[in-house]
Design a protein around this ligand. Structure first.
Ligand code: NAD
Length: 286
């Protein structure tokens, strides 16, 4: 039976550490502010924003939101970002997903000043991962690396299989894994179409799945003793489930993250850590 990795407990640990640093900054008159920009109304965004606000308040970050009308143009969104870039009291900016149809998420993100990029998704910050210089990390990959570190897992030479190659999770995570000298395989929809997914998964010592397909990873895909990190969030008739069939994989894996209560809360904590790091970078005294 697998150990269930408690994301909420890990998130609390990170939050405590972030809070204690922010307390010191506040005591000496510093102010940290995260600006959230949302376009239109989306139920899922609203849930995430609520979680972000709660965590920000917990650690001592002021959380301000602006909501633009569903019908705004890409240029109008960029204009709003440029205003936040110029606003001295704003430490960092997050653009909430999803954006309306026709608005390019990558184009919008690249307009955030790299020093205010709360999610670590600006091309400059992503590029720094390649050079092992990244300080502000993409939140979900950053959360996964932190969770593995806290499990005392040495990635050196390990067979890691990442299922899903999105620019926010799978791709940056693959670079971080390579930086730790893991033998990294990245699978995508084409791997699935060729019927090769389960074969790759069976060869893994660590599986990370970020696809968005409920319970796709079955028990017989997982070799005994594997660490399984489930990033997926899927709404189903039986509630929120991950990309992993929890009951089946629990029997095979050495450790497994649950959904909810796994990667999700840690992702929000890494977002707060990024905001703190952005503040520190902006306030380096010569
Ligand atoms: P995405 O839609 O941008 O990318 C999905 C990826 O899965 C693509 O690389 C695609 O090639 C691949 N894919 C699609 N079908 C596949 C299949 N049958 N087999 C193998 N690969 C397949 O997704 P995303 O934004 O990375 O999100 C993935 C999931 O993770 C979603 O459920 C999302 O809600 C969740 N998510 C969770 C967190 C968190 O903090 N817990 C953060 C981000 C995303």
């Amino acid at each position: 039976m697998a150990e269930i990795i408690n994301g909420k407990a890990i998130a609390s640990k990170i939050n405590e550490k972030v809070k204690s640093e922010i307390d010191k900054i506040s005591a000496s008159g510093g102010m940290i502010k995260l600006a959230s920009l949302m376009v239109g109304k989306s139920k899922s965004s609203e849930i995430y924003v609520k979680m972000q606000r709660k965590t920000a308040e917990l650690v001592g970050i002021e959380f301000v939101t602006s909501v633009l009308d569903e019908g705004v143009t890409q240029d109008e969104i960029i204009e709003a970002i440029e205003k936040l870039n110029a606003e001295e009291t704003v430490t960092a900016i997050i653009v909430q997903n999803p954006l309306p149809e026709g608005i390019r998420h990558d184009k919008i993100i690249s307009k955030i000043s790299p020093g205010k990029d709360a999610e670590g998704l600006h091309p400059y910050n992503l590029g720094k991962i390649l050079r092992r210089e990244a300080d502000i990390l993409p939140c979900t990959p950053g959360a996964i690396m932190k969770m593995l570190r806290l499990q005392n897992i040495d990635l050196y030479g390990k067979e890691v299989v990442i299922i899903g190659d999105s620019p926010i999770v799978g791709k940056p995570l693959s670079l971080m894994m390579m930086n730790e000298m893991a033998t990294t395989t990245v699978c995508n929809i084409a791997t699935s179409e060729r019927g090769d997914l389960s074969r790759h998964a069976r060869g893994a010592e660590i599986i990370v799945v970020a696809v968005g397909k409920a319970e796709m990873v079955r028990g017989d895909w997982v070799s005994p003793g594997t660490i399984v990190i489930d990033v997926g969030i899927n709404k189903t008739d039986k509630g929120i489930v991950g990309d992993v069939c929890f009951e089946e994989v629990l029997e095979k894996a050495a450790a497994l993250t649950p959904v909810p209560g796994g990667v999700g809360p840690v992702t929000v904590s890494i977002l707060m850590r990024n905001v703190l790091r952005a503040y520190k970078d902006q306030n380096v005294t010569a």
